[in-house]
Design a binder for this molecule. Structure first.
Ligand SMILES: [Zn+2]
Length: 441
């Protein structure tokens, strides 16, 4: 499912967005030694992200301890420049950045809507990191909407001996769907249920098995079975089904997922991210995917936030799962075009997108130029017949159209999972492999 797009007033929106003051950034060094700085437990920082299209603020909510840290104990500094947001954990005493990760949020997408030009609102958000042994500072960064540079927006000192830090003891049942390796060297995926009632547990578990089968149909995931774990957390809802506000249908579900997110019928998401974290905590995890009890086509995926898809048979259920997972795992961009679309809030064509599979040629260096044969023309001519060609015969190049735009942005091949729900193109496959190598260290 595409990200939400608001077309017409975007020129206005961008010209009216002001620059938020930049605070001094804390320098990022190399990965620290895990045992020197961390206890091995997961720590969770909850806050509210509030503002409008012009501005944003972060309001502290609470800090919690959860289960064993499921992430890498070696890759503590995310080396990729992905995402609209970033956070850093700084050791108060040495001022060293001991953990850094990148992400996007539903609030970031809401900021591109027409509603954000005339009203302010907030959404609950939450960050996970390994619990530091000593007092620390958490810093939150966001991209400047004009320059696209990362800027510091929030900073708070946390004392690890603060008695207000509670322990989250999840009470939901966790089932292993596929166990490939130990939690520290694997990608740990947790599948959550929404809109399934107490007597629909088997239906949810069989959807989880289908999700797992779908993932391992695609390269490079099928070559990485021994470093991927998939677990399901069963949390029943009071009522069966999913809300469709545009049709006056409201269903009481545990995660409050709904269609019609930001006015787009097929965009199925939940704003209750802290509730999502509460339930996910029953499993060790790095990546969340929510399966909803509906046959209606739709879903969504946001980088390092969560992915979501309908559990019912919608025709392309398995493909939609993996497409959305491409977004939520590592922020792969949509490679498709929306006819007649010339402006996108997500992809100003005078800036290089951070997504690994899209370029505007503003800074192609470091993207996939080393995978293009020297004889291939750039931009690469596109022919409709290429859509019917076997994928192994396709030439990696830079084809105009992608990120919902017809012009000014380029994708690696004519076909991809991030376009027509086929296999991942070679560029996406390479990017996923690099990301798995980072996560699974
Ligand atoms: Zn691709």
């Amino acid at each position: 499912m595409k990200k939400y797009i608001f077309l017409a007033p975007l020129f206005l929106l961008f010209s009216s967005c002001s620059t938020v003051k930049t605070a001094k950034q804390t320098a990022v060094d190399s990965n620290p030694l895990f045992d020197e700085y961390f206890t091995g437990t997961t720590m969770r920082f909850d806050f509210h992200h509030a503002g409008d299209c012009n501005s944003e603020n972060y309001y502290f909510d609470r800090v919690m301890r959860e289960g064993e840290w499921a992430g890498s104990r070696i890759s503590l500094i995310n080396p990729f420049d992905f995402g609209e947001q970033q956070f850093r954990i700084i050791d108060t005493e040495s001022k060293k950045v001991i953990y850094k990760n990148n992400y996007c949020t539903l609030f970031n997408e809401w900021q591109t809507t027409e509603e954000a030009t005339r009203t302010q609102r907030s959404m609950p958000e939450s960050l996970l990191f390994p619990e530091p042994k000593k007092d620390f500072i958490i810093e939150i960064y966001a991209r400047n909407k004009k320059s696209r540079e990362i800027e510091k927006r929030f900073s708070q000192t946390i004392s690890v001996s603060d008695y207000n830090i509670r322990t989250n003891r999840p009470c939901h049942e966790c089932t292993n769907i596929h166990i490939g390796g130990n939690i520290t060297n694997s990608l740990d995926i947790v599948l959550l249920s929404d809109g399934f009632t107490a007597d629909e547990k088997e239906k949810f578990i069989s959807s989880c098995r289908m999700w797992c089968d779908a993932l391992f149909k695609y390269s490079p995931f099928n070559d990485s079975k021994n470093r991927i774990n998939i677990r399901a957390v069963w949390a029943p809802s009071k009522e069966s089904g999913i809300s469709e506000p545009g049709k006056g249908k409201w269903v009481e579900t545990i995660l409050d997922t709904r269609f019609y997110t930001f006015g787009s019928e097929r965009y199925q998401m939940t704003e209750e991210f802290q509730k999502v974290r509460d339930i996910a905590a029953a499993a060790p995890y790095e990546s969340i995917f929510i399966l909803t009890n509906t046959d209606k086509y739709g879903g969504g995926g946001i980088y390092n936030f969560y992915g979501l898809g309908s559990a019912g048979e919608t025709g392309y259920t398995g493909e939609v799962y993996i497409h959305e997972f491409g977004h939520s795992l590592m922020g792969l961009g949509d490679e498709y075009v929306e006819k007649g679309n010339t402006v996108s809030a997500f992809y100003p064509t005078d800036k290089e997108p951070w997504e690994a599979n899209l370029t505007t040629f503003v800074n192609f260096n470091g993207k996939w130029e080393n995978m293009i044969d020297k004889k291939t023309a750039i931009p690469t001519p596109f022919d409709e017949k290429m859509l019917k060609q076997p994928q192994e015969e396709l030439t990696v190049g830079a084809y105009e159209g992608g990120g919902y735009l017809e012009k000014g942005i380029y994708r690696p091949t004519p076909q991809c999972m991030m376009n027509q729900l086929r296999d991942f193109c070679p560029v996406c496959q390479e990017a996923i492999k690099r990301y798995l190598d980072y996560i699974c260290k």
